[in-house]
Structures are given as C-alpha cells and as structure tokens.
Design a protein around this ligand. Structure first.
Ligand SMILES: [Zn+2]
Ligand SMILES: [Zn+2]
Length: 321
C-alpha cells in the first residue's frame, strides 16, 4: 500500500508496505481523509522518537473486521481513539483507558498511523460518524475532543474570566469550545489571520503586551511553546487554574514558587472523550470549515507539509486516494 513513512526525521512516500490484516479484535480501515496536526510536525523534528507511518487525525471506512468482531461494522464511516488500550492494566481496570499503561498511540507511539491507504485499529476504539458530519468535519473530531477535555476536567461554572494563549490549530478549536460555555474569554492571537478566524466565535483578541498579570480565573496555554505557558502562568489569578496543552521536547526551567504563593493549580490536559466532539459537530455547534487551508493527495505530501509548516497555518488535509 501507499503510505508516508517517517524514519530519522525524514518523511518519504513508500509503496512497499503490505496491506495490514486485522487480528480478532481489530478492524481494517480504508482512510478517507486525514489531517496534519502540530504533533505531526513535532514528530518530523524528532518528538517521541517515532519511526513508521504518522497521522492520527482521520476519518475512515471499515473494510474488514477480525473474526471476533461484529460484521455490523463493515462499510461504516468511523473515527478511532488514538490511544489503543490493553483493557487489562491497572489504569484500564479503573476505566482510565486513555491512560493505559501499555497503550500504543496511533501514528505517535508504537502504532502505524493514518497517512496511508489502510490502517488496522482495535474495534473498541472506534466511533461511528453520524451522516450529518461530513468527512471534512470528521477529521476534526480527535483535536476537538482534546479541546473539550478542558471542559471535562474543570468545574467551569465556578470560574468567570478565561484567557487562552495561542490561536493556532488547537487554540481555534479551544476558542470554539469556550464560546459554548458562555464565559468571558480573551485570546492572545499573534497573526491577523488567526484573529479574523476568531471573529466567528466573537472572542476578544488581545496582544501579548496587553495581558494583565493575575487577571484570569482560568488560563490555557495552547501555543506549543514555553513562553506561552509562562505568559499563561503570569496571567493566572490567585487560586486560579492554568491549563497546559503544550508538551515540550526538553524540560522546563522556571521558578514555580509563584504557584505556592498564589495557590495556583497547574493542570495537564491531553485527549478527550470523542462523544462530546461528535455531538457538537452533529448539532452544528462548532464550525471547522474555515480552519482548512488545503487538501493534498498522499503523493503531494511535501506540498502538504510545507503548507502546514507555514507560520499561522491551520489544518491541511491529506487524501490517500
Ligand atoms: Zn493531533
Ligand atoms: Zn491498559
């Protein structure tokens, strides 16, 4: 099959991989559309030491299933949770599947990804896509679930002012989720294009220099960089919460004493429940079309990644065929 292959930070189009076969609890998927995410760009720079087929934001069709799986799945349009869990470890027994101790992560850790014609995943990670959600919306389910994760983790009714630092691919989705919470939200957006896209969600955009210290009950860093997190921390009000969405390739060096003095909670936030994202898209509550910068065939992956790497770029989609 045709697939993109990452090795030693070098991405190539590879034609020699064989079509994967599903085990008894797995499904063979035909990828319909996949999206390039900031994590994919980080993988190219060596993040997670990943070697193999990248890609974890996708929509697919079930082509075949293993012998232990119900045939009803055949032909269905689906998305898959990126964390492929074991079902047996301590975290899984507590139903903390996304934190499975033995998890493999699609296109990121010990699992092939979606920049390919076909992909095999565990059936227990699949979600059916309602007809009202088209493919171009469905590729956003995974990152949108990550945006909804913040709402799952925080008791939002107890907070008023929210400051989001970063208005890139994930930031735009977080802004849309926050708009649904009817909170007063300010967003630090660097680029004119990002600000224009945020007008749709009526968020008020500010400049980095306009961020007031200790001014927000909840701050969220979605910049992917250390300065963004430090800005968010500085803007967090005493007894407030600072949400970390960025992961960093090297350890942070910063003085955390202010967290003690101001009794600030620093909260990590990663993947979310797909059902919230699917429900919001089905209702038409979240708009994503304006966030798509282009669609490329798998063969044109170089153009796709060049476009995705441009400053202020949003979502670039890849079509395997
Ligand atoms: Zn992603
Ligand atoms: Zn497990």
């Amino acid at each position: 099959m045709k697939a993109l292959s990452l090795k030693n930070q070098n991405l190539t189009l590879c034609n020699t991989l064989s079509q994967p076969r599903p085990a008894s609890d797995e499904a063979l998927l035909k990828i319909r559309l996949a999206g390039i995410c900031g994590t994919d760009l980080a993988l190219l720079k060596g993040y997670a030491d990943f070697c193999g087929v990248p890609g974890h934001e996708f929509v697919a069709e079930v082509l075949a299933v293993g012998d232990g799986v119900n045939n009803d799945w055949l032909g269905k349009r689906v998305v898959a949770e990126i964390n492929q869990w074991c079902g047996k470890c301590e975290q899984c027994l507590r139903q903390q599947y996304r934190h499975c101790q033995h998890r493999r992560v699609i296109g990121i850790r010990e699992h092939q990804g979606a920049f390919a014609e076909w992909l095999v995943v565990k059936v227990n990670s699949l979600h059916l896509i309602p007809d009202r959600i088209d493919d171009r919306q469905a590729v956003f389910i995974e990152p949108l679930a990550a945006a909804f994760r913040i709402v799952e983790q925080l008791q939002f009714h107890t907070y008023q002012e929210v400051l989001l630092v970063g208005a890139g691919r994930l930031g735009q989705l977080i802004a849309r989720v926050m708009a649904l919470q009817e909170k007063e939200i300010k967003i630090v957006a660097r680029y004119e294009r990002q600000r224009a896209l945020l007008q749709r969600v009526a968020a008020s955009c500010i400049d980095e220099t306009e961020v007031k210290p200790k001014s927000a009950d909840v701050t969220i860093d979605a910049t992917g960089g250390e300065p963004g997190l430090l800005l968010a921390l500085k803007a967090t009000r005493p007894q407030g919460v600072c949400v970390m969405k960025s992961s960093f390739p090297t350890p942070l060096i910063t003085d955390l004493t202010q967290l003690v003095i101001d009794e600030i909670q620093l909260m990590g936030s990663r993947c979310g429940d797909f059902t919230h994202a699917i429900a919001a898209l089905e209702k038409g509550a979240i708009e994503t079309e304006s966030l798509i910068d282009g669609t490329c065939l798998l063969e044109d992956y170089q153009a796709a990644f060049t476009l995705a790497q441009k400053k202020g770029a949003m979502k670039v989609l890849i079509k395997p065929r």
